[in-house]
Design a protein around this ligand. Structure first.
Ligand SMILES: [Zn+2]
Length: 315
């Protein structure tokens, strides 16, 4: 009798424990479509579109990393409503203060939810060139969002960072160190990456586009160099600025590298043939893509223009 009873009690105890664990997990599971990429790292994936009234500007990847002491948020999203949704999901799931809001770069789809994280305890972190880039473009970015979202844009906008990174910086979330690196001009002139030491997860911002066409708002040649350096880090996981998380750096960067290499070589050939900018955009802009990039028709011709301007005075 004793043995079965002990077994029954033990089973009951396990069941209660299991139920408790499930309940705890259910309570702690983040909502707002947040996906777990690695231990303590959660990403909300934006839609692979341009900002529209229908998607509310929810088009970039944003998320957070949980340490023992506090949470670091990476990018705040394309509007105040998106930043607020992320903040509230973190409060429900992590129950720890947000000590850092880290900006991967100045583009509004990544930073217009900043006001949701305004708190004396939260340090806003960005690349050293971020404040000047923001000052130059803030009004234009805001006007565009207002024309797209109307009243839903109210309260949206990028806040001024309080900690600038010009080279490297390490942040500690409590037994969890993040290595930040500010890069020379690539996707923009203010790209900042975040590497989680514990899981070797690299948050790339828009230095990596997956499935969606890369956009050159900086220098293609600089971007190719930065991509080589990021690949050399051999991260176990990568969180791109747009598109699904990746788990192999060579596979992740391959299509983007091929696109930018091809863009640079074809623009160089056009310059050598003394094609004007208009002729080059016309010719290369109408070439079919090697890969079926999302939003190709919206950005490819713009990229040709950017790279032509970049390479025009090259020796
Ligand atoms: Zn961007």
């Amino acid at each position: 009798m004793t043995q079965p009873q002990a077994g029954w009690q033990s089973t009951l105890a396990s069941t209660v424990l299991l139920a408790g664990t499930l309940l705890t997990q259910a309570t702690a599971a983040p909502d707002f479509g947040l996906e777990k990429v690695a231990e303590g790292i959660y990403v909300h994936r934006g839609q692979q579109q341009d900002a529209t009234a229908a998607n509310g500007g929810d088009i970039a990847n944003i998320g957070y990393i949980v340490g023992d002491r506090c949470v670091a948020v990476i990018d705040s999203g394309g509007s105040l409503a998106i930043g607020t949704a992320l903040r509230d999901a973190i409060r429900r799931a992590a129950a720890k203060p947000v000590c850092y809001l880290i900006h991967t770069h100045v583009h509004p789809d990544h930073s217009f939810g900043d006001a949701a994280f305004k708190d004396p305890a939260t340090v806003f972190v960005a690349h050293g060139e971020y404040p000047a880039a923001l000052a130059a473009r803030r009004d234009g970015f805001l006007a565009k969002l207002e024309s797209t979202l109307g009243a839903a844009a109210d309260g949206s906008g990028s806040a001024s960072p309080t900690l600038l990174v010009s080279d490297r910086e390490t942040l500690d979330l409590g037994n969890r160190r993040l290595r930040l690196q500010a890069w020379p001009t690539a996707h923009t002139n203010n790209d900042l990456t975040v590497l989680d030491e514990r899981t070797q997860t690299l948050w790339t911002g828009d230095l990596l586009f997956v499935d969606r066409i890369p956009v050159v708002d900086g220098r293609a040649l600089g971007w190719l160099k930065v991509m080589a350096a990021l690949r050399a880090l051999k991260p176990a996981h990568l969180i791109p600025g747009h598109g699904p998380a990746q788990h192999d750096a060579d596979i992740a960067f391959g299509p983007q590298q091929q696109y930018l290499d091809q863009l640079v070589s074809s623009v160089r050939a056009a310059l050598k043939a003394r094609s004007t900018l208009a002729q080059t955009v016309d010719t290369l802009g109408n070439q079919p893509p090697q890969k079926a990039w999302l939003l190709f028709n919206d950005y490819h011709r713009r990229n040709v223009t950017a790279v032509y301007t970049e390479l025009e005075w090259e020796d």
